[in-house]
Design a binder for this molecule. Structure first.
Ligand code: HEM
Length: 367
């Protein structure tokens, strides 16, 4: 006996009538249909479908991070869904090659019929950016204007409302900041780490002093060490860290940054495995999105040269600049500044290792 009393038909289930009837080249309205407009429409539609799936995953992940407690089971699901997002992103990045089979001349056959529609009006893409954590304050404006000017009222208010909500970045920051092992009984990660950093830098300085070929080289290398000392000390100093935040050098809170560092440095401890996977995946989401932006920008340069976009931006130039500026989880990359080699890392105290390990001992199974 099937579970569904009503038989399902493939094309009904997938609503193929609607889906396959949704490609309407505009060039046809004004004369002969431009052959490549079909490709242009289908490629955009396929992207919008993938955006829909990515948002479906990100909304679920976002919801999980919004709960007061994220246990290992939930964290596993977050890591699993993030891997799915990353796989889709790979596909989206490869797909740029499909639109690139259209030549600039073929594009010109129908481009003028599309004005003033623009990728700026991809509300799903903008939701993706906002949901991840791109804010008005951090995103690049185009020619001092906002893409919001290009939206209808309903779309604008949908995105404006979304901007009022905590983003995935905010939730991840809060999750990291409340990580329980940062302080454990009388153990404080930052005290231990600061001592290890100082020892490593003292060691480097001694090597430089012993091996410098001349005074000038010594001076240059000592300045390098001092710059490293300054960098590290900002990490442990609340006021200096805040200054870095104000200058936009870092965005994560100080506690979240220290937790991310703790997890990354000691990722082989069982309690950190999943958290480390999540941090790495979020960095990869950011990286793959940046790669998409870059590929799209290159493709646009090939299609338009220096022409402005239909949405009124400077086209390639604007898009190229978004690859640098419109980043969300950049701190997970900047964090490498503060990493120490494994050999310079102190052993964690026994009681902390025990707390970070699986506590179920052989013979004490809960059976
Ligand atoms: C011939 C192909 C394409 C050209 C010439 C093109 C051109 C442009 C230009 C010039 C912009 C900047 C905004 C503007 O001034 O209009 C833009 C933005 C955008 N395009 Fe495309 N595009 C193409 C294909 C695609 C495809 C296949 C997608 C897939 C969804 C896409 C998605 C977007 C998005 C999401 C933006 C907003 C990016 C942002 O604000 O950072 N574009 N595009």
């Amino acid at each position: 006996m099937p579970k569904n009393p009503e038989a399902v038909y493939y094309s009904d289930y997938l609503k193929l009538d609607q889906l396959l009837d949704a490609q309407e080249p505009h060039s046809k309205r004004y004369g002969a249909e431009a052959h490549d407009e079909m490709l242009f429409i289908i490629v955009h539609q396929v992207y919008e479908l993938w955006f829909k799936q990515v948002l479906h995953e990100l909304r679920a992940i976002h919801q999980d991070f919004s709960k007061p407690l994220l246990d290992d089971k939930a964290l596993y699901l977050v890591a699993h869904r993030l891997r799915r997002v990353l796989t889709i992103q790979d596909l989206m990045n490869d797909q740029v090659a499909v639109i690139e089979t259209m030549t600039p001349q073929e594009f010109l056959e129908f481009r003028d019929y599309l004005v003033p529609a623009s990728g700026f009006q991809s509300i799903q893409f903008k939701e993706l950016e906002i949901r991840l954590g791109l804010t008005r304050h951090t995103r690049i404006a185009f020619d001092q204007q906002s893409f919001y000017n290009r939206l209808n009222d309903a779309d604008r208010s949908y995105l404006e409302n979304l901007e009022e909500q905590p983003t995935l970045f905010d939730r991840v920051d809060a999750w990291l900041a409340r990580m329980p092992f940062l302080e454990f009984e009388d153990f404080k990660f930052w005290d231990m780490y600061q001592r290890a950093v100082n020892a490593a830098l003292d060691h480097d300085e001694a090597i430089i002093r012993a091996n410098a070929a001349d005074d000038q080289q010594l001076q240059t290398e000592l300045e390098g060490i001092q710059a490293n000392r300054d960098n590290f000390s900002a990490l442990f100093d609340q006021q200096r860290y805040q200054q870095l935040q104000e200058k936009g050098v870092v965005r994560l809170s100080q506690r979240a940054m220290l937790s991310a560092l703790f997890i990354t440095q000691y990722r082989e401890e069982p309690a950190f495995h999943l958290a480390w996977q999540v941090i790495t995946s979020l960095a990869e989401v950011d990286e793959k999105l940046t790669i998409w932006r870059y590929k799209h920008a290159m493709m646009v340069q090939r299609m338009l040269g220096t022409k402005i976009g239909t949405g009124g931006s400077s086209g390639h130039d604007y898009l190229r600049r978004t690859t640098e500026q419109n980043r969300v989880f950049k701190d997970f990359f900047a964090m490498s500044t503060y990493l120490l080699p494994k050999s310079a890392l102190p052993e964690l105290p026994g009681r902390v290792r025990k707390a970070l390990g699986f506590s179920l001992e052989i013979g004490k199974s809960t059976g």
